[in-house]
Design a protein around this ligand. Structure first.
Ligand SMILES: *Cc1c(COP(=O)(O)O)cnc(C)c1O
Length: 366
């Protein structure tokens, strides 16, 4: 029986050739492919600057450091996200806080953000869940009224648009962070990128990616460099960058197929699913449905060769987060969503026959 995962990478011969040619070249890291990939991401998203990093978690970490997040500060994100969106706050010693979701999109609700702002709040990290952009104009408005930085967690959302702008353009944010993990829309194996329109933030991100080192002025012509803050080694390799360049060329094709699959499931299954808002043109990363007995559904699907996944266990319910005083019941909409959600297979290489087969198996379970 053919097995289907909820997501998987799409790698073709062009991708393989791109990586092989780097392996035969002079540079495996710190070479020309990184800059080329960063330029391609800028070109695609419309952002001025891009910093490629080893993964999105690293990108979120240095983005949080670049805005000066530190102990005593608070930042706000969604409970329905992967751990990194909140963990990046903890890395800096800041206190993670959450704002509940809008049930239609499972995205953070701007009005809930407003309610959670305190005198300590320094930033908000909206997450574009399943690939659909949050209502960024509203979030940016609230952020500017309260002097907050905005970092978009766009791990799901490369290729997506908000009101005609590409996610990553940073029109309504200070920085946007992408992930290129294999289940995401384009992949570099592990990898991520941070886009920004601020030269100041760009310079900080570059230094933080490379141990906090700077090489400016006369130093550019010598062996010298200066470490001016504590940074990390969060670089991407040349092989990854070459794969990223090749993958990015296919993103519009990927997006078209992902949207076709979502439309097919909506029409054929007619199960409760996310609603796409008028401002959104999403490159969908996930197709979550809501089912009544989710644990049962999960195991029955597994017996039928469908390896589904749940996105996400609300972050504030994780044992580690109890130290901040969070408990079950704090974010009722997020928790109600979690009780029923489960993500169906969604990736570009699924054929029409695959989709009909998947729908057949799901109808069998229901
Ligand atoms: C995948 C993901 C991340 C982390 O990405 P990595 O590249 O694996 O570090 C962060 N946030 C969200 C919402 C994600 O889905």
């Amino acid at each position: 029986m053919q097995k289907y995962n909820y997501g998987r990478q799409s790698i073709d011969n062009d991708d393989i050739d791109a990586v092989l040619s780097v392996l035969k070249s002079d540079y495996l890291t710190c070479g020309p492919k990184i800059k080329e990939f960063e330029n391609a991401v800028c070109q695609y998203t419309g952002a001025k600057y891009c910093v490629a990093v080893s993964n999105a978690t690293a990108g979120l970490h240095i983005a949080a450091l670049a805005i000066g997040l530190r102990p005593g500060d608070e930042a706000i994100t969604s409970p329905i996200t992967f751990l990194s969106s909140a963990n990046c706050m903890c890395f800096t010693g800041a206190t993670p806080t959450f704002a509940d979701i809008d049930e239609q999109t499972a995205n953070i609700d701007p009005e809930e953000i407003r309610r959670k702002i305190t005198s300590k709040t320094k930033a908000v990290i909206p997450v574009h869940f399943a690939g659909q952009s949050c209502d960024m104009a509203k979030i940016y408005d609230i952020a500017k009224q309260n002097n907050l930085f905005v970092i978009e967690d766009a791990a799901h959302a490369i290729g997506s648009e908000y009101k005609g702008d590409k996610v990553g353009s940073c029109r309504y944010s200070d920085m946007t962070v992408f992930s290129f993990h294999p289940v995401k829309t384009i992949t570099t194996g592990e990898g991520g990128a941070v886009t920004t329109n601020s030269k100041e933030l760009y310079d900080k991100l570059c230094a933080l990616r490379a141990h906090g080192t700077h090489k400016d002025g006369e130093m550019q012509n010598t062996w010298e460099y200066e470490m001016r803050e504590l940074g990390y080694n969060y670089r991407m390799t040349e092989m990854q960058a070459a794969l990223g360049i090749s993958q990015l060329k296919k993103i519009d094709k990927f997006k078209k197929r992902r949207r076709e699959i979502v439309a097919f499931y909506n029409k054929e299954l007619r199960l409760p699913h996310l609603i796409e808002k008028d401002f959104s043109d999403a490159c969908f990363h996930l197709y979550p449905i809501l089912v009544e007995n989710r644990r049962d559904f999960y195991f029955k699907a597994k017996e039928k060769g469908l390896n589904l996944q749940v996105h996400y266990i609300p972050v504030h319910t994780q044992p580690y987060y109890a130290r901040f005083g969070y408990k079950k019941g704090d974010y009722p909409k997020a928790e109600a969503y979690y009780e029923k959600c489960i993500s169906l297979p969604l990736y570009p290489s699924l054929t029409d026959e695959d989709l009909m087969e998947i729908v057949r198996r799901i109808k069998d379970i229901l």
